[in-house]
Design a protein around this ligand. Sequence first.
Ligand SMILES: C[S@@+](CC[C@H](N)C(=O)[O-])C[C@H]1O[C@@H](n2cnc3c(N)ncnc32)[C@H](O)[C@@H]1O
Length: 307
Amino acid sequence: MTGRHAPSLRELVDGATQLLREAGVGSPAHDARALAAFALGRERLVPGLDPDPDPGFAARFAALVERRRAREPLQRITGRTAFRYLDVPVADGVFVPRPETETVAEHAVGEARRVREAGRDAVVVDLCCGAGVIGASVALEVPGARVHAVDASPAAVDATRATAREARVALDVEVGDVRDAHLLAALDGAVDVVVANPPYIPPDAVPQDPEVRDHDPDLALYGGGADGLEVPRAVVDAAARLLRPGGLLVMEHAEVQAAAVRAELRAHGSFTQVTTDQDLTGRDRMVLARKAEQRASTGSDVEHSRS
Ligand SMILES: C[S@@+](CC[C@H](N)C(=O)[O-])C[C@H]1O[C@@H](n2cnc3c(N)ncnc32)[C@H](O)[C@@H]1O
């Protein structure tokens, strides 16, 4: 007898928390507990109700912690992430949905709901859909909404189909490029909401976090052009074509791009009521605009920006 006892779950989790903290992980205690739960096959650990780990747990847990220590994203290790009411599968080569985008989706859900409550069909288009979480949220939360989703990446389109299948919602999904002037042309002038979280990072703003830089696909990050706004501009053009008069565009962008994106929309001449909204941490992260009843002369729209 050596007198050494097998470490408790609590001791293993505390040790992992320390390792993850030293590796620069932003939320080490949360991630250590999430990985422990995953290794135990549980959804989560309940404080004070720690189960006794099985004999193979320590080795399984150590291997998972090692991956997180190397800054592999938690969601890619566990293969799942949460988004609003969805529990979403995370696929290789597909952008991992972020909490800030939940507010973008909230606007799309609210508008689609208002359209349905007015007794009309709600037609919603999710451009640059990635894993399809915005479109699937609208379809789940607004019964009767007709949702179309498009992404340039076949892997993302497959992921959107998986998200929709698991959420048991119907989405019309296709591979397409928002720069294609004929994308979804059958819906021209008939769409109530165009919602998008496009790529928007400029080429000289490579993300610092290894989780983003090394694990999200470049196609999902870099928006093109010196300012990163080439793809977002294409989203604006597509929205001007697809939306019915009075229809709503909601588009995510980086905090520093808020004024530039508003200026872009104002100069476009197809939009009115151009506003910026904040994410849950209070940062300017999305633009909202309504398709004008008539094309306005540039710069003459009533502007309601908050900054
Ligand atoms: C930041 S990710 C957002 C994914 C998803 N909307 C979300 O919020 O989780 C941007 C997505 O845009 C797609 N994308 C990039 N360029 C595109 C283009 N020209 N046309 C259509 N999709 C594009 C990428 O493949 C990626 O899935």
